[in-house]
Design a binder for this molecule. Structure first.
Ligand SMILES: [Zn+2]
Length: 211
């Protein structure tokens, strides 16, 4: 069975936000040990639609916003501090996906599922970890209209113009026939999680999955 794990603050796992590299390396090592993984692969994320299939561990964070592996013991990590850490499991491969407002609109979720299915995945199950909720993610009126036109499930109210990205993502997954478990924990409202919007933090927690 694939293994799923979500971390929380104060352990920062991101190298790209200006934290001390040695302390991040220690946190990554501790997490790899705790989860009993051979290795834990991180990404250099940029809200792109780049999906990578990895079979070998790279000590360099790989430029992409989704990772897929078929290799048991190789953990995949997605870093977040309000965006959605989306984990996809199947018996043949697993994936970790970075889903923010841009990722939702650039189709990275569909693209990742397409590639998993190409690798023989059936009965994919999704987990949505701690992420900013529909009450807290207010955006400009223009942005609200842009996103909700294409993803009506992410709508709240026109007055509030905040986006419910977890609900929008669940709807996308349902269209693909993927059952989703959502933790329903808001990063902004729960201080045990890093929240960029709340604190402009350099900290990032992770969603981790492995076969
Ligand atoms: Zn919230």
């Amino acid at each position: 069975m694939p293994k799923i794990h979500f971390t929380s603050a104060p352990s920062n796992l991101a190298l790209h936000t200006g934290d001390n590299a040695e302390s991040v390396a220690r946190n990554r090592f501790a997490l790899t040990e705790e989860l009993n993984l051979d290795n834990l692969q991180f990404m250099s994320q940029s809200h792109s639609d780049q999906v990578r299939v990895v079979d070998e561990f790279s000590s360099v964070d790989l430029p992409s916003d989704a990772l897929i592996t078929q290799r048991p013991g190789l953990g995949l990590a997605v870093l977040v501090a309000d965006c959605i850490p989306l984990l996809l499991s199947s018996t043949t491969c697993v994936a970790a996906v970075h889903v923010g407002r841009i990722g939702m609109t650039n189709g990275i979720v569909d693209k990742t599922i397409d590639i998993m299915e190409g690798l023989g995945a059936t009965g994919i199950i999704a987990w949505i970890g701690p992420a900013i909720c529909g009450n807290c993610y207010e955006v400009s009126q223009e942005m609200y209209e842009e996103v909700t036109t294409f993803f009506p499930a992410s709508a709240t109210t026109v007055q509030q113009h905040s986006l419910d990205l977890p609900r929008g993502t669940i709807a996308l997954l349902r269209e693909r026939g993927v059952d989703t478990h959502a933790l329903g924990l808001c990063t902004l409202e729960n201080s045990q999680f890093f929240s960029y919007r709340r604190d402009k933090t350099i900290g990032r927690q992770a969603g981790v999955i492995s076969l």
